[in-house]
Write a protein that binds this ligand. Sequence first.
Ligand SMILES: Cc1ncc(C[n+]2csc(CCOP(=O)(O)OP(=O)(O)O)c2C)c(N)n1
Ligand SMILES: [Mg+2]
Length: 797
Amino acid sequence: MATHDTLAILSALERKVLWLASWMIHNANHLRENTDGLKVGGHQASSASLATIMTALYFDVLRPQDRVAVKPHASPIFHAIQYLLGHQTRERLQAFRGYKGAQSYPSRTKDSDDVDFSTGSVGLGVAQTLFSSLTQDYVRAHGWGLDRPEGRMVALIGDAELDEGNIFEALLEGWKQGLRNCWWIIDYNRQSLDAVVREGLWQRYEHLFKNFGWNVVILKYGSLQQAAFREPGGDRLKAWIDNCPNQLYSALVFGGGAAWRKRLLEEIGDQGDVTRLIERRSDAELAALMNNLGGHDLPALLEAFHTNGDDRPTCFICYTVKGFGLPMAGHKDNHAGMMTPAQIEDFRAAQGIRPGHEWDKFEGLPLAAERIQAFLDRVPFAAGTGRRLQAPRIEVPDTLPVSLQPTMATQTGFGAILNEIGRGDSEFARRIVTTSPDVTVSTNLGPWVNRRGLFAHEKMADTFRSERIPSTFHWEFSPQGQHIELGIAEMNLFIALSALGLSHAINGERLLPIGTLYDPFIARGLDALNYACYQDSRFIVVGTPSGITLAGEGGAHQSIAEPLIGMAQDGLAAFEPAYVDELAVILRWAFAYIQKDGEAQPNERNWLRDETGGSVYLRLSTRPIEQLRRTLTPDLEQQIVDGAYWLRKPGPNAQVVVAYTGAIAPEAIEAVGLMAEDRRDVGLLAVTSADRLNAGWTAAQRARERGLVHARSHIERLIDEVPGHCGLVTVLDGHPATLAWLGAVKGHRTRSLGVEHFGQTGSLAELYRHYGIDANAIVAAAQAIAPGRPIRHLKAL
Ligand SMILES: Cc1ncc(C[n+]2csc(CCOP(=O)(O)OP(=O)(O)O)c2C)c(N)n1
Ligand SMILES: [Mg+2]
């Protein structure tokens, strides 16, 4: 139990945190500039709702090894707490929501005050805690990081956040994987953004969490209420509270003491003892009693948090008031509500804060500053030398060997390369962790999994194997396994990658995570992929098979937009190699790239900032194509990584250049052959990464605009060799816009082929023809933009 002393200090801190958060929001001037009624977010109410819970957690319950995902709109409370703990500057609080100020939603990358997990897109941070706990277990099961205490992964969740489906996907996965050390604390204020939530949600939550094996703790009544229930008539009051609809409770919270009295007396006022219970209290006391829900009661919270300290996953359903302690408390429209200048003035005066002393840490508190400071100096969470950990880089071999078959698909190559890595027992091989949402086998991770096994807390044999039934795949689980098999939920895949890819910062132990999925289903997990990139998690994601090239596999599985996603996604370098030797080079580079976190200076060769590192997306294919017999020179390897190289240099009189990406390489090569007799010196440009080419080009242009006249990107250097009159035909199995910009590099007339519609099944030849990306379509496009004599081999379309 917390001592009286501790409680007094905590409740002073709670008041201070609430004040600072409200003031911070009020102070965010630019916010007021564009306030259109109540539509622009204030989030004072949403923050206030968690003030008590976060005070209890950060100042008393949490330990440095614990990691927290804070509900996005409680960001001001978080920053205020860090400020009091000495980890956040006053300048950044003053610039809250402003340029380089404390962020509107806690951000690992943009905030400076020790955010564990970014939040913002509701639901994702919640699931991140679950997968981080799994990651911690994975790391420790492999014998790493055992000198550090195990941490608890904590999510502070808005009740409406639980509407997000990804949370339930995560819950199911957590159950399968034997989740431990995870707390989900629900801010049950019964309000969402728009309105008051449905009645009785807590019961659904309770059943749900229990179903998945969680411990459920409900904090409904605060200690004032519990004491009142023990008074004569208290049982009547309790029954009334229990039956009160959410909307009415919220409305009365907003109405305040007089409104409570009127309503209570109307409804239960003729029942003797309870009337006296109500009448004994002033309006202010009555309001304090009715607002004293479990989530705003420090003793109740501390008791609950301290008595549920085992490693079972635990859900705390904490009743709270949205806007607690503020004039907008309980109002259904309060989500974006802002206190008026008059209201904030009243609040300031009531806190005993003198004008001009609004940011002072101890101003207006009923306790001596030294006493509070001494307490803050001893807060367990803030002890130690820092919570953002580091891990050394894992050395990546100079080359990733793979034996090339004459005809081979990049997906097969991917499986073969990993299989080869899996043979060895290097530190590099040990640090790789793979994961896939039920497409392990069909994305070719099978051979790797056969070698390295599946991860689970407990050993589990492959029954087919023990029963001697022949099978290509060994499906054996153990704590040493290196593959995490997920259920079919791409959101979970990306959040798992997000967690695994932060292991160096969270656990101080580096992992090299690889996730595989069918390319079109990137769209299913896209927000989680974006989330993972936003918080600078590091991983390799492999989308395979892809495009319409998967042909007979089914029209619904064809992907079109993914190359554009690869280009547009910040923090993700996207590649689509055609040949397996290219893939081996790119994959090797990727293992090093995901570990980098150096300076942001651009490289003068490609104008990319590779030293900062990032995650990598590889778009692969199941189409076997004839491999090129060649030895890659270091220069060619570099060009493959930079994004393009000449497979056939255009001559000085060239009329046509074909630029292609990925699995339709044979069509591009064939088209060049078909044109050879009728168009001079046709060039063939192999584009391995439209993303990196484009990024380098943009950066070089920007640099030139800033006066660095010699800045030249890789694609500019390549295209310099193409005569101005030359026509450019681009082609890929994906959206044509991916390569269409190549024409703008030097102003070449361009025709871009690709896939804009999807859904047909058929043979490859039929589909390439149907969508206009076969050799004949390339030739026809060339003829149209690079006039000359008719191309003889062009068939009528
Ligand atoms: C994925 C996503 N959709 C929509 C939003 C916009 N949004 C922000 S907060 C919110 C509702 C929050 O309600 P709740 O989780 O109960 O938090 P409270 O404000 O009540 O504390 C919504 C819809 C968002 N941030 N993320
Ligand atoms: Mg809510």
